[in-house]
Write a protein that binds this ligand. Structure first.
Ligand SMILES: [Zn+2]
Length: 370
């Protein structure tokens, strides 16, 4: 998924679930920032010797070839490819599955902990991870032969010629860039040894197809070693709409438990929004145009007044906002001012999430990932 869904869609759903505009914004921002928090360096404040360490929750696409296997496990597994624990072998159980019982257990745990100060950021990260189970299912966050599919087996169809060309171009660029990694993965990867070949990591074999909401596509897995084979025919519009409904209901439950973060009368039943949301998801266009569709849905729904200051639009996503908050730490007269910054809550939430998934949730299923 991309910014249109992880931020704009999530803002829309959190807001219409009854959460106040500030909370909806923090949730949506944290959801998208999970793809943009690429740093793990330490920021120091000279005044008292205090320090904060950024939590890295994604990798820059340009660094993909240089990944260490451990990075895959600390980042891709908990934040983007939550294991579904379905199937027989270890590698099969690491495959992300749509709306898995593991994902639901995670959400229940966060609802039980929804009084923490960083709850909006935690629900933003959870929304990212949960939404990814509707886009990334069928692939795992470690290098595995189960993630491989032949390029010739991949097909997709798009009605608009211009958009088809645009996606073809992006796909070719992806393959040119990762051709060697993909070839190497096909030749070298074994299911029992996790290497660092990007080609066998995540949904590289399907390139960017899982991340575009409007695409229907197909692939053929190369490995015969599945006991529960993931679907090879995929309808992103259907699964993205399903994700929207599930996210809306998650945010509603959060809103009901945190009435201090909610606005009475702001809730809208999902049924009333279904056809509008479906049109936005099915709209064929590049990311910017799709964001435009979310804004149009917002305007047409006339949420402006209720949003109080959102000025006729969903507030734009500006990734630098939280990066600048982090950098301001070194100039703070009182380091504890940092505790009030949204980005600090994001680091708290990311750390909480990573610990819970890798040290509690997955081990409780017998899955040791790192
Ligand atoms: Zn992701």
């Amino acid at each position: 998924m991309q910014t249109d869904m992880h931020y704009y869609g999530v803002f829309f759903l959190a807001y219409t679930a009854g959460l106040n505009p500030q909370t909806a914004h923090t949730i949506a921002y944290a959801s998208q920032f999970t793809d943009d928090s690429l740093e793990d360096h330490v920021e120091r404040n000279p005044k008292e010797g205090a320090a904060i360490m950024a939590e890295e929750t994604a990798h820059h696409a340009l660094d993909m070839e240089n990944l260490e296997p451990e990075d895959q496990r600390f980042i891709w597994v908990p934040f983007h490819f939550l294991p579904g624990n379905t199937g027989a072998s270890y590698h099969e159980r690491l495959i992300c599955r749509k709306d898995s019982a593991v994902a639901q257990e995670m959400l229940e745990h966060y609802l039980d902990n929804c009084q923490v100060s960083f709850a909006p950021q935690l629900f933003g990260i959870a929304a990212h991870v949960y939404a990814d189970t509707f886009a990334h299912y069928g692939f795992s966050g470690v290098a595995s032969k189960l993630n491989l599919a032949g390029r010739e087996s991949l097909s997709y169809s798009i009605a608009k010629k211009g958009v088809q060309k645009y996606v073809d171009k992006k796909m070719n660029k992806f393959w040119d860039r990762f051709k060697d990694s993909l070839d190497m993965a096909v030749t070298n990867l074994t299911g029992s040894i996790a290497g660092n070949w990007t080609g066998g990591l995540g949904h590289a074999a399907a390139a960017t197809l899982p991340d575009r909401p409007f695409i229907n596509w197909e692939l053929k897995y190369q490995s015969p070693d599945f006991t529960v084979k993931p679907p090879e025919t995929r309808s992103n519009p259907d699964t993205y709409l399903e994700a929207c409904e599930k996210l809306h209901s998650l945010f509603r439950r959060f809103a009901l438990r945190r009435q201090d973060l909610s606005v009475e009368g702001q809730y809208i039943d999902f049924g009333q929004m279904r056809s509008g949301l479906s049109k936005v998801i099915r709209f064929e266009g590049n990311k910017e145009k799709r964001i435009g569709r979310w804004q149009k849905l917002w305007r047409d729904g006339d949420f402006t007044e209720q949003a109080g200051g959102a000025e006729n639009a969903i507030p734009s996503y500006v990734p630098d906002d939280w990066h600048l908050q982090r950098e301001s730490f070194k100039r703070m007269r009182a380091p504890k001012t940092m505790l009030k910054k949204k980005v600090y809550g994001f680091y708290q939430a990311a750390s909480f999430h990573k610990h819970y998934v890798l040290r509690e949730l997955l081990p409780s299923k017998g899955l040791i990932v790192i």
